[in-house]
Unconditional design. Structure first.
Length: 306
């Protein structure tokens, strides 16, 4: 042992480089910020047992180099990568419990023996808030790494392999749809809530494999409408009638113009098993809402995908 060092390896231990292989990642556009996309872990060497000891001051440091810190909430340190919206974290744990993340201020001192206990080092790939400036897909470069040191003694370096990030997308092939409804008479809608004139129309999508798509339909004339009745537009002359849009036999409840996952009255329209062209069959129909006055009945709705 070096007599001038305050920390030394226990025989036969030495410094180790831990490399974690990360597979290609396929990212949905609207996956929430903070979602852990992938987690990889490797056991320490040794997994359990003595690996070093320290005399005073015995200062330890768990740090990250090669990147910019973008979040540190609750000492969970997230660093930027060269792909916009993709971040990386490094951590240490043992016995199935995550210990601490590597980052600024993760330091202290301990005099005596240093031991691993069913320990491991890990990397998390996480969805961060995209800036819209950089690329959203491509190869994440392995330029960021973490180190664990005891005074001047380098104990561990944690790094990862470069990996690809692809963005899952859907294209709307029918961005504007005109639904021509049949002529109706007051006798066709004899009571409130009676319906008439079922007319099928289709919304078209083209999706990458593995994309799960949800949709919110918004009443363009009354955006705060959360009922199942689409109100008539201001250019209508009829009254006492509205529209329903039906999906799978169930009238759709309208919601806000929002792509946020879990928005009010959002519903899933494309399961994960679908890829390529996909058609969403919907039905429009009249619904009586009160005392009817004949005239024109026009309604407008917008749809937002998530």
């Amino acid at each position: 042992m070096d007599a001038d060092a305050s920390c030394s390896f226990a025989d036969p231990q030495t410094a180790h480089v831990y490399t974690i292989t990360i597979p290609p990642q396929s990212l949905s556009r609207d996956v929430p910020v903070g979602t852990v996309l992938y987690k990889g872990e490797v056991p320490t060497i040794p997994v359990s047992g003595l690996y070093a000891w320290c005399a005073a001051p015995g200062i330890y440091l768990k740090s990250v180099t090669g990147s910019t810190l973008i979040s540190s909430t609750n000492n969970v340190f997230t660093y930027a990568t060269n792909i916009d919206g993709i971040g990386i974290r490094f951590y240490e744990g043992n016995n199935g419990n995550r210990g601490s993340y590597f980052g600024p201020g993760i330091t202290g001192n301990w005099v005596g023996s240093w031991n691993y206990s069913n320990s491991y080092y890990g990397v998390e790939i996480v969805r961060t808030q995209p800036t819209g400036v950089g690329p959203s897909s491509g190869t994440v470069a392995a330029t960021t790494s973490a180190t664990f040191t005891l005074d001047q003694l380098l104990v561990a370096t944690i790094q990862f392999t470069p990996f690809e990030v692809g963005v899952q997308t859907c294209t709307v092939t029918t961005p504007s749809i005109n639904v021509d409804m049949p002529r109706a008479h007051t006798r066709d809608l004899p009571t409130v809530n009676s319906t008439y004139g079922d007319t099928t129309f289709n919304m078209g999508l083209n999706c990458a494999a593995g994309v799960k798509v949800a949709m919110t339909i918004t009443d363009a004339s009354q955006p705060n409408n959360t009922s199942t009745t689409l109100s008539l537009g201001h250019d209508s002359t009829a009254s006492g009638v509205g529209y329903q849009i039906v999906n799978g036999g169930v009238p759709i409840a309208f919601g806000p113009d929002s792509a946020v996952p879990g928005a009010a009255n959002q519903f899933v329209i494309v399961p994960l098993s679908v890829s390529g062209a996909y058609s969403i069959p919907l039905v429009g129909r009249y619904v009586r809402t009160g005392t009817m006055v004949p005239g024109s009945a026009k309604a407008y709705a917008t749809f937002t995908m998530s």
